[in-house]
Design a protein around this ligand. Structure first.
Ligand code: SF4
Ligand code: SF4
Length: 227
């Protein structure tokens, strides 16, 4: 899922305090799961904004709403659309995709981001998420037996470990970050496939990653005119 965390409250308040009518818009998908921008967080933030406005003598009306997904047109029904249009600005607690999607749907609306979008990751333990995929466009997990060198190595090395690997940890943060090269080695060893690590691999095609500019996925069999 997309992992995000809420921006510092002061930053959020400063970004919206000059607008009279604010809509705090939550998203019921990834940011709900990582507890950054779901219905609960929208409720808490709304109360915080109202309180801060009173304390600072700011005239701020705050409405709240959470929709299933901010990155999909079908969840912006008539009721949601009307509520958004009544606001002077939307404070989106969706990820960066949600913020931009609202801008595209409502070109005249001011939309402020309420979260920092971090990465594609997994829940590791209570309150801890860790990056697992860099969206590289051409997945090599099959070649690396399910451990991603792109997202999990600080240098995205396809042939690690590098000289900064020590006791299974990465030089970037030896306390917290496991060395991806070591993880891959250990995985191959466990599967009795160490010799396959010696096989030649052609260079990865990075043009399918961010290096190739904004990407699209087109599924022609699913396309229809929805106007
Ligand atoms: S190889 Fe690419 S697509 Fe596959 S998990 Fe890693 S970053 Fe994601
Ligand atoms: S120590 Fe391991 S994870 Fe860190 S940069 Fe080197 S190969 Fe990558």
């Amino acid at each position: 899922m997309i992992v995000a965390e809420q921006k510092p409250f002061e930053q959020i308040f400063n970004s919206v305090k000059n607008y009279e009518n604010i809509m705090v818009l939550g998203c019921g998908t990834c940011v709900t799961v990582c507890m950054a921008g779901g219905e609960h967080e929208v409720g808490v933030l709304t109360k915080q904004l109202i309180l801060a406005a009173k304390q600072n003598n700011v005239n701020l009306n705050v409405e709240e709403l959470t929709i299933t997904r901010q990155c999909d047109k079908e969840f912006f029904d008539e009721n949601t659309t009307n509520k958004i249009k009544e606001a002077d600005a939307v404070l989106s607690l969706g990820c960066g995709v949600g913020v931009q999607y609202i801008v595209e749907l409502f070109p005249d609306m001011i939309v402020k981001p309420g979260v920092n979008t971090k990465f594609l990751g997994a829940n590791i333990s209570q309150g801890l998420w860790s990056e697992r995929c860099g969206g590289c466009g051409e997945c090599v997990l099959d070649e690396y037996e399910g451990i991603c060198p792109v997202a999990r190595c600080a240098k995205s090395l396809m042939n690690g470990p590098c000289g900064g690997s020590s006791n299974g940890m990465c030089e970037v943060d030896p306390e917290n970050i496991e060395c991806a090269g070591q993880l891959i080695y250990d995985r191959f060893k466990r599967l009795n496939k160490l010799e396959t690590l010696l096989e030649f691999k052609p260079a990865k095609n990075w043009s399918l990653s961010r290096d190739g500019g904004p990407r699209r996925v087109a599924r022609e069999e699913m396309m229809f005119d929805d106007e």
